[in-house]
Design a protein around this ligand. Structure first.
Ligand code: AMP
Ligand code: GLY
Length: 415
């Protein structure tokens, strides 16, 4: 069996690593992959990024299954294009991908299907938005409707800040169209959790809960990043929280997918906020999280290819996803200066150690690994409990070095 994995991050490396464990898989192409997938078992990087070219590649190389990592391909309709050409692909169609592609669409979907979420209003007219914020309670959250490279959500402490954000999004158009429509919503206070799940459109099976660490500095301080580490399971996701998530969020989502007739066979990732008033849905993502994937997949006992196949065959209602006991901790090492300016091109030393390293901003050329991005790699370890997983990840990370290496020291510390 030949598999094509689209994407270039640590998430895609973790997917490739898990897919490689299926004995029927002989070859995995990573498009474009990274320095980590370049040396992963069964993997070969191919430098294709265009949707038509990817479909041509899949057809020509008789790819049995294509798995999409990032959302932008899904939102642009890669699944629809592949299906038209009878190519097997895992991910939601363009209509389903709107759940991440448009915040206004996803909030209206949540409201329509009675899913617990923050109160909100949608605006396409800047004057109406500017008028509305005069009567809001603060803080208030302003969100660009479309994709904005993770920068489209601003928590505004004052009316002045909200005003500036609205002007940036709607008038200065800093996201080139993505902020022309926006959502203004109630601020929720609590702890976040990432629930990755798989659906065949008839059943949703949640994976083990995870927790991302978005801010650059220890203790959750400093600017947001793409994610500086992740743990699985999320210690705040008790049985009680999970059952409230299922009842108030997951069931409504499934009802919505069915009623709207969305073509959805893929991953659905619920970003939830656990508050004193209950569990709220912050957002949907239509793909796996990064770095959550690097923490979650190593704990999954079930074969991932077999699970994807069951989803494609619409057999999830009879499927049970099995998990190993224990905990998983994944720590991201970044280039000094990230998420602002940073330099790249530095040699990476000490990669031959015991625990798993997933590449991201890494290049592999002439037998040498060098840094090529902000988040360079992540080190993942398992343990009987979080303390053990955390200790092992950090012990291994200490052996790795490159100029300017930076990582948080508090991933996996449970307050
Ligand atoms: P989103 O893309 O909607 O998940 O927003 C990105 C991040 O902004 C979330 O992970 C939260 O940390 C924060 N956020 C989004 N919406 C809210 C909200 N209503 N209240 C508080 N924080 C929020
Ligand atoms: N780690 C959050 C995300 O992938 O969106």
């Amino acid at each position: 069996m030949k598999v094509l994995i689209v994407g270039s991050g640590g998430r895609e490396h973790a997917i490739a690593w898990k897919v490689a464990q299926n004995p029927l898989v002989e070859k995995i192409y990573c498009a474009p992959g990274n320095g980590g997938t370049a040396v992963e078992e069964k993997c070969e990087n191919v430098h294709i990024k265009d949707i038509e070219e990817l479909a041509d590649f899949a057809e020509k190389n008789k790819i049995d299954l294509t798995i999409i990592g990032p959302e932008d391909f899904l939102i642009k309709g890669i699944v629809d294009k592949f299906k038209k050409r009878n190519l097997k692909i895992f991910g939601p169609s363009k209509d389903g991908a709107m759940l991440e592609g448009s915040k206004a669409y996803s909030k209206d979907f949540m409201k329509k299907y009675g899913i617990k979420t923050a109160a909100y209003e949608v605006f396409e007219d800047k004057d109406k938005a500017l008028d509305y914020i005069k009567s809001c309670e603060y803080p208030v959250v302003v969100k660009a409707d479309g994709l904005a490279a993770g920068k489209g959500v601003v928590i505004c402490e004052t009316c002045r800040e909200a005003e500036n954000t609205i002007i940036d999004f709607m008038v200065r158009d800093i996201f080139k169209g993505s902020g022309k429509r926006l959502v203004i919503e109630e601020f929720l206070e609590g702890v976040e959790a990432s629930i990755l799940s798989i659906t065949d459109g008839e059943t949703i099976i949640p994976f083990m809960s995870a927790k991302d660490h978005k801010q650059i500095y220890d203790g959750g301080n400093g600017p947001n990043t793409g994610g500086m580490g992740a743990i699985c399971p999320n210690p705040y996701c008790t049985e009680e929280i999970l059952s409230s998530f299922k009842k108030n969020i997951m069931e409504g989502t499934l009802r919505g997918i069915k009623s709207e007739g969305l073509n959805y066979i893929g991953i659905i990732f619920f970003g939830i906020m656990i508050t004193k008033k209950g569990v709220y849905l912050l957002e949907y993502n239509v793909r796996m999280g990064d770095p959550e994937t690097q923490a979650v997949l190593p704990l999954m006992a079930t074969d991932f290819v077999d699970l994807i196949q069951a989803a494609l065959d619409k057999k999830l209602s009879q499927y049970k996803v099995e998990w190993n006991n224990g905990a998983s901790c994944c720590v991201v090492a970044a280039s000094g200066g990230y998420p602002s300016k940073y330099d790249t091109g530095f040699a990476i030393k000490g990669l031959n150690h015991a625990s798993k390293v997933f590449g991201a901003g890494v290049k592999y050329e002439n037998d040498i690994f060098t840094t090529s991005g902000g988040r360079v790699l992540s080190v993942q370890s398992l343990g009987k409990n979080m303390e053990e997983a955390r200790k092992s990840a950090y012990d291994n990370l200490r052996d790795i070095d490159f100029q300017g290496i930076y990582y948080r020291k508090d991933i996996g510390i449970i307050e």
